[in-house]
Ligand binder design. Structure first.
Ligand SMILES: Cc1ncc(COP(=O)(O)O)c(C=O)c1O
Length: 396
């Protein structure tokens, strides 16, 4: 409702506006030399957007800053209400305050889940290619990563449940689900989720469902734990407003589980690791996002979808084939360079030294990411066009 007011006030969301992020401690821009070895690259990598964080969030942050104190902060009833209403209104998922636990990031929460639901030496199943911290964190916790690679056909990825079943044994304790899936852009259907969950129920496997990309979805998204009581009973869901509203740097996320035993085990580790104390602006921005952000997300999704289609159009005009499957979620495009008869390293080198673009290296998402690079299209369309032309020119 308040979101409508922002629209009526003609505070338009201008996704075409070019913003300056260089020199602002911005990892995407100021981290280029550190992460890619070159300073002068066009940054199209890490999953944050080159759009202004919307006014309905910024205004609340400025209001809070005007009070000029930044002591320890505490969660409020309103914050939980905003999360509950958001999940209900956007995803038709009814949750309760007792099922939610606030933490300072999805990745820290994920790592805590690994410790909470398994012992050293146990096995955790990961579906690659996937967001790298999801397997790095398993190794860092001294658990064994078991790869259940996704199947790919003409760019479309599905789960390989036969392979999954063959990899389960007594040591398998956790399955990590990325839903929607980064980087392949799948929104898993209800049926796919049910089939996966059934295997986990039958084998006493806990599912950690990372749903951080659930708001930027172009197909119907189903929260895993909303499907049935049985599925909710083996699931802990991790989420945050960080990706959707460009507030990842404010470090506020949350875990949800209706199974109080699972939630309590998680809380214990989260407290031990001190990840439950949240940034002062994290609470404020998350609440403002969820209370006012519905219109914004609808507008954002339209713009992003157009950017995705625009990318397809530009790439398909060329004889050389750099292709991708239209993502069902996220602003991340999983670019396939297989038709270019060069090695992965040669492609990478051309992108960095000739195109001068920083894309995420597909291999970092798993060994089946060879010949892929992930492109972030959450930027003004004109800047996207320049980047695409620069990418193409090195492969003519
Ligand atoms: C699937 C996935 N999970 C988690 C994160 C990061 O979450 P956080 O910044 O809350 O740790 C990302 C960021 O790109 C992501 O893509």
């Amino acid at each position: 409702m308040v979101g409508d007011l922002y629209m009526l006030d003609n505070i338009k969301y201008n996704f075409d506006e070019k913003i300056n992020r260089k020199g602002t401690n911005c990892a995407k821009y100021d981290g280029l030399k550190r992460y890619f070895g070159y300073e002068d690259l066009n940054p199209l990598w890490v999953a944050d957007m080159d759009f202004k964080t919307p006014a309905f969030i910024n205004d609340e942050i400025i209001k809070a800053a005007q009070n000029s104190t930044y002591g320890y902060s505490i969660d409020s009833e309103d914050l939980y209400t905003s999360i509950i209403n958001w999940q209900k209104n956007r995803h038709n998922w009814q949750i309760e305050q007792k099922d939610i636990y606030m933490v300072n990031g999805v990745v820290p929460a994920y790592s805590a889940c690994i410790e909470a639901y398994s012992e050293i030496g146990d096995e955790v199943i990961i579906q690659t290619p996937v967001y790298p911290p999801l397997f790095k964190s398993v190794k860092a916790n001294n658990r064994k990563v078991i790869f259940n690679e996704l199947k790919e056909k003409d760019g479309y990825y599905t789960m390989d449940l036969e392979d999954l079943k063959s990899k389960i044994n007594k040591k398998t304790k956790i399955l990590c689900l990325c839903s929607p899936h980064n980087p392949v852009g799948r929104v898993w259907s209800k049926k796919e989720l049910e089939d996966l969950a059934l295997i986990c129920i039958q084998n006493n496997i806990t599912i950690i469902s990372d749903e951080i990309h659930s708001d930027v979805t172009f197909n119907k998204f189903t929260p895993l734990a909303s499907i049935s009581k049985e599925i909710a009973n083996i699931t802990i869901t991790l989420n945050s407003a960080g990706k959707t509203f460009n507030i990842a740097g404010l470090n506020c996320a949350y875990a949800i589980s209706n199974n109080q035993d699972l939630l309590n085990k998680f809380k214990k580790i989260a407290q031990k690791r001190e990840i439950h104390s949240i940034n002062f602006f994290g609470y404020i921005s998350t609440k403002a996002a969820y209370e006012n952000g519905a219109n914004y997300v609808d507008e954002l999704k339209k713009y992003l979808k157009e950017n995705i289609l625009f990318t397809k159009e530009i790439l398909s005009k060329e004889k050389i084939r750099i292709d991708f499957f239209l993502p069902e979620a996220t602003y991340l495009i999983w670019l396939n360079f297989k038709d270019i008869k060069l090695s992965h390293e040669e492609i990478k080198n051309k992108l960095l030294t000739q195109s001068k673009v920083a894309l995420n290296d597909g291999v970092s998402f798993g060994s089946n990411g060879t010949f892929y690079f992930r492109l972030n299209v959450a930027l003004p369309r004109k800047a996207l066009e320049v980047a695409l032309i620069d990418i193409l020119k090195s492969f003519k």
